[in-house]
Design a protein around this ligand. Sequence first.
Ligand code: SF4
Length: 327
Amino acid sequence: MNHGVIVPVFLPYAGCKRRCVFCDQHAVSGLYNVPSLDEMESLYDEWSKRGRVCEIAFYGGTITALEKKRLIEYLSWAHSKLGNDGYIRISTRPDEIDEETVSILKEFGVRHVEVGVQSFDNRVLKASNRGHTAEDAERAIRLLKSSGFTVGAHLMIGLPESTPSSELCSAQRLVELKVDTCRIHPTLVFEATPLHRMYEQGLYEPLSLEDAVKRTANLYALLQRFGVKVIRLGLFLESNALTRLAAGPHHPAFGHMVKSRAFYEVSSQLATVNLEIVYSERYESIVSGYKRENIKRWENEGLHISLIPVKKEGILNVNGVDMKWVV
Ligand code: SF4
């Protein structure tokens, strides 16, 4: 785990050879241009005022699909800022990872590679115009794992043709591939994207917030319980990005809703007629749920609930079973 400041460098659409139907990099980053090295330098200076920089993370676009000269330029800049002990993270597409790229990433000190998997269902990948297959994702993850990187994956909920079971299968695949980290976010419809046109033509229906939370919670529980650390739930959108959002299950408390829903789902499986929950006070909102939804659901189900808050840190037990994986 890194302690210090992380400098995020966003490269909107850099290296992307096609547009995935849902993608609006301008909305999610607020940026229209790929930063020059001078701009990256200013960005670094700005962030370093907050403390010691321990990591540089390249997000957005497909950095490994850039000309090798440009890829090396970015990575050697990051390496020169951080030195050998620094942590460089990149995110990219599965079909833009090969042996040659891997050796460049290693040479310039990249430690963590996040792969945009989105789904392991080829029908979903095709309907989303991803331009790669599930097999590409599996090959990329295996290659990165065997080369010693920390490997992350991105999964999406509610893509065209996606179902709850195909999403669970995708999460299961990540567990089997022993991926280290995962980000999950629901599909959102941004103005002027191909998905927006599909939505307007009645060819795509976004998930309701309720469905998105429930489906994401099921994946979250599976991944967290089997050793894949989920590091992000939902997209963070700045206020100007919200003006580009046409439809879809966006909520600023999405992450909390998912965690507390996952707690509800798994706790309910442990319940007999009694549900005894012993928890550190700081986990109160996870236990009770968003707007106390968990408590209301259990009451409606006729369960006898004993809530036992304790001062001690790090406690979250349901009927004697440790549930700390939720937080
Ligand atoms: S590869 Fe990534 S950045 Fe490029 S269009 Fe698709 S989702 Fe957007």
